[in-house]
Write a protein that binds this ligand. Structure first.
Ligand code: B1M
Length: 792
């Protein structure tokens, strides 16, 4: 029987941990577990056999980190390691029937853009090699697991789907806040991975079996494919250098039973589990039958950290990222002025758009290149789902591939050729698609004929495996000045399409008023009429107050905005509105940093340097903007990728300030040599870099050891260079400990130096506690300390 068939009938059991089992067999810290396939195959085989004896259906190969980057310095290739690993697992299962081998693929170990530097296509190539090696060696399915970045999961799933026909399972890891490291929530994960065509999805590692339950519940609520769970044996804690997991096999099995009763159907264990855990859970689940999978019908578009469900109230699609009729926008496209485009996006977000349409089609530019760049940039700072809008299938495919989420594709129509071109892309990348009710004969005048085209689109989509839930029908708005009779036909078509097919609808509203005075009046009246017939997603300009007012009013009248809460918030203070429109036209450096628009920050900083002192700009704008960003991050309003964008924006602004400082007062005689470093485990270095520039400016020579610096490196450099003053920076509560250890190491190694410490988590009390000689709350204080030490 095929794995996909078994999935429908019974629970499937995977094995438990490999890493913690190997540690018990002597794997040391720093050793690469995958090399054991080559050096100690018997150990791996024994572990697999234990799991087979425990009753698992699927063995996972020892290839979690068998990618070319992690194996780089081992002398072995990924292909070699994977081939050996698959053979060991196959040997261990022998010729037992109903047992399978899953090729295990873990994260690459480097962050993808924008959180890191790894490009999406490079990640794809790395995963592709792993998949091909596993398939060649004869694995039965692909398990992509422990992924914390949705973008990386997408690269891996696309690589698997494009390079083999085996079932693909994918699990991600979540934190206590219910999101992955880069901010993805369970609903978004489900919508995106399911769209990409995985055969099972779920959660592994992350937390203990108890803490993972709310995440599993959410996944089950939304998923239409089987749900897989592999928790740790509790939350890990370190005792005398050893990682301990507290949950025992029986308790573990009880939690798994709870998840099975809720609808999970594929189980195994992660860190800290072993064959006994798996044995117990198999016994426990003997009493149960899988609930089966309910097909859900959710129409949704997603960015990596936000899902917008269509059909739950009016959802606004912002139309401003489109050159049609916009001179400035065209100019921005020609000059590759991405900041201009980003600003259009941010403004629409602030004015209430739920999603953004992105169209960059201009005959004189390379639309494919520009679309790719624009999507990449927008998704790094704006978390609204995107609608990819192009007349070219090639551009649409490129954009859908690199998009980190589930986009809406704009558009197909009733023309056979267009559907043949676009539907395969929609299916492959799991997108939603807009279907325009026109065909080879143009736009029908009558509503009934437009409905017929809608029906044809829905039927043809089905042949490509695209469900109704992924289709939005656009009944097309005609211009009232030219085709007055047809305007009401659009409204009628919206009603019929909704009633007859139950699909969601979308309309580009402002077409209606071309050529007539007081366009706003016609637009908002038409919008209100369409909304009352069930229009789900108007494409509008969110900067048009009339249109947004109509939508806000409709939401109250249609009982969507409960107790008119949003309405009251928006309209009780008219000044707030004024402030908003001012905001979008004249932004301060602080706002620019919070939004993460780099070029604009550079220009604004230059402007401010004409009227303000350098350090005033640092304190008033840079630091306080990062404080806002830090708070937003803490509250879960923004996620790591946006945090990084703001940090990079500050760094760009500070470069300009630094140049000015050096140009004005560089002292040339060294007043003393100082080491600066951000301590081990901490990569925050903006504060330390400011301190460095100011100290240099006062004539001190700085040896900057960078960030994440070990105590040994600091001790060694201090000795070599005969250093009298060391400055340490730490920004996290967890890394104050590294600071303490560094100071201890300096003292124990008899380095005759004084130490000053700084960073947002520190204060005088902490500084005393960890035996620092001085605490510097800011860069000026660092200068006072250095002067005191060197009497300069
Ligand atoms: Co992170 N981060 N961050 N972060 N980050 C904080 C520190 C955090 C408070 C945000 C939050 O949750 N509110 C939080 C720490 C929580 C805690 O432990 N209490 C946090 C976290 C959790 C994280 C990650 C774990 C997030 C994640 O990955 N899930 C991760 C950590 C990775 C790691 O270090 N292992 C992470 C990553 C990052 C970015 C890479 C995105 C980026 C850093 C980029 C970079 O530095 N190159 C970043 C940023 C920007 C921040 C915030 C928003 C801003 C920090 C900053 O640069 N401030 C920060 C929240 C906040 O502090 N408001 C936050 C401006 C800077 C000028 O101030 O460094 O305090 P500061 O420096 C001042 C003074 O303190 C003093 O002088 C400077 C000028 O006045 N000073 C010294 C500093 N060092 C000194 C040394 C001296 C003397 C004075 O002598 C040697």
């Amino acid at each position: 029987m095929e794995i996909k068939d078994i999935l429908k009938k019974k629970f499937i059991f995977f094995d438990g941990a490999m890493g913690t089992m190997l540690q018990k067999k002597g794997l040391k810290a720093g050793e690469i577990p995958e090399i054991y396939n080559i050096l100690h195959p018997e150990i791996i085989r024994d572990i697999h056999k234990k799991y087979i004896e425990a009753g698992v259906d699927i063995l996972t190969t020892n290839t979690f980190g068998a990618n070319e980057l992690k194996l780089k310095d081992t002398g072995y290739s990924g292909e070699e390691v994977i081939s050996k690993a698959v053979h060991i697992a196959k040997e261990a299962k022998g010729d037992r029937k109903g047992k399978y081998v899953a090729l295990d693929i873990g994260p690459i170990g480097q962050l993808l853009e924008p959180s890191g530097t790894l490009k999406f296509e490079r990640a794809y190539e790395i995963f592709k090699k792993q998949v091909k090696a596993g398939v060649e060696a004869g694995c039965d399915l692909i398990l992509i697991e422990t992924i914390s970045d949705l973008y990386e999961a997408k690269a891996a799933v696309v690589a698997a789907k494009e390079n083999c026909n085996l079932p693909v399972f994918c699990t991600m890891t979540f934190g206590e806040d219910g999101r992955t490291f880069t901010g993805t929530d369970p609903l978004t994960m489900v919508m995106v991975l399911q769209g990409l065509g995985v055969d099972a999805l779920g959660v592994n590692c992350s937390l203990g079996p108890k803490e993972i339950i709310p995440i599993v519940e959410k996944i089950i609520e939304y998923s239409s494919v089987p749900v897989m769970v592999q928790p740790n044996a509790g939350l890990p804690r370190v005792e005398e250098g050893e990682t301990i997991y507290d949950i025992k096999p029986e308790e573990f099995a009880q939690y798994i039973k709870n998840m099975a009763e809720k609808g999970g159907s594929i189980f195994g264990g992660c860190c800290g589990t072993n064959d006994e855990f798996i044995k117990q859970l198999i016994i426990k689940l003997k009493e149960l039958k899988p609930l089966g999978i309910k097909q859900k019908s959710i129409t949704a578009a997603c960015s990596a950290s936000k899902t917008v469900i269509l059909g739950q109230g009016v959802k606004v699609i912002g139309e401003r990222i489109n050159p049609t009729g916009k001179k400035k926008f065209k100019e921005a496209l020609r000059n590759n002025n991405i900041d201009y485009i980003l600003t259009e996006g941010i403004n629409q977000q602030e004015l209430g758009a739920d999603m953004l349409d992105v169209n960059v089609g201009l005959p004189e530019i390379d639309e494919e290149v520009v679309m790719k760049e624009v999507i990449k940039e927008i998704q790094s700072i704006i978390n609204l789902p995107l609608q990819i809008d192009s007349a070219s299938a090639k551009v649409i495919e490129t954009a859908a591939r690199i998009y980190n989420g589930k986009p809406i594709i704009n558009s197909v129509n009733g023309k056979q050729k267009v559907m043949e071109e676009i539907f395969p892309i929609v299916k492959k990348y799991g997108a939603c698609v807009v279907g325009l009710t026109l065909d080879e004969s143009g736009i029908p005048a009558k509503a009934e004929d437009r409905v017929k085209i809608a029906e044809k689109i829905i039927k043809t989509a089905k042949e490509y495996g695209i469900g109704k839930e992924d289709i939005l029908i656009d009944c097309l708005v005609l211009t009232v000045s030219a085709q007055q009779r047809e305007v009401m036909e659009t409204i009628k078509a919206v009603r019929i399409v909704k009633e007859k097919f139950g699909v969601k609808t979308l309309l580009g509203v402002s077409n209606v008023s071309f050529g007539l005075p007081n366009r706003a009046l016609l637009n908002k009246t038409f919008l209100a009429m369409a909304l009352s017939e069930g229009l789900d997603a108007p494409i509008v300009n969110p900067n048009n107050q009339d249109v947004m007012d109509t939508i806000n009013a409709f939401k109250v009248l249609a009982n969507e905005d409960k107790e008119a809460k949003d309405y009251v918030k928006t309209y009780s203070d008219v000044n707030v509105k004024k402030e908003v429109s001012q905001k979008s036209s004249n932004k301060s450096l602080k706002e620019i940093i919070v939004r993460g628009i780099k070029e604009e920050a550079v220009a604004k900083t230059k402007e401010l340097l004409n009227i303000k002192d350098s350090m005033e700009i640092v304190d008033e704008y840079l630091i306080s903007a990062l404080d806002i960003v830090g708070k937003k991050y803490e509250k879960g309003e923004i996620f790591l990728p946006q945090l990084i964008q703001s940090a990079e924006t500050v760094q760009r602004a500070f470069e300009i300030i630094k140049d000015k400082i050096f140009k004005e007062n560089k002292e040339t005689i060294s007043k003393g040599k100082i080491i600066l470093a951000t301590v081990k485990g901490d990569i925050h270095d903006i504060g330390k870099n400011i301190v460095k520039v100011i100290l240099q400016n006062y004539g001190f020579e700085i040896i900057d050891l960078g960030k994440d610096v070990s105590a040994e490196d600091i001790v060694q450099t201090a000795k070599q260079e005969n250093i009298k003053l060391v400055g340490l920076s730490a920004l996290m509560t967890t890394t104050v400990k590294s600071m303490e250890e560094t100071i201890k190491a300096l003292r124990q190694n008899d380095v005759e130096c004084e130490v000053f410490v700084g960073g947002a988590v520190l204060n005088q009390e902490y500084a005393d506690m960890i035996n620092a000689d001085y605490y510097a709350k800011d860069a000026q204080e660092a200068v006072r300390i250095a002067r005191k030490v060197f009497q300069g």
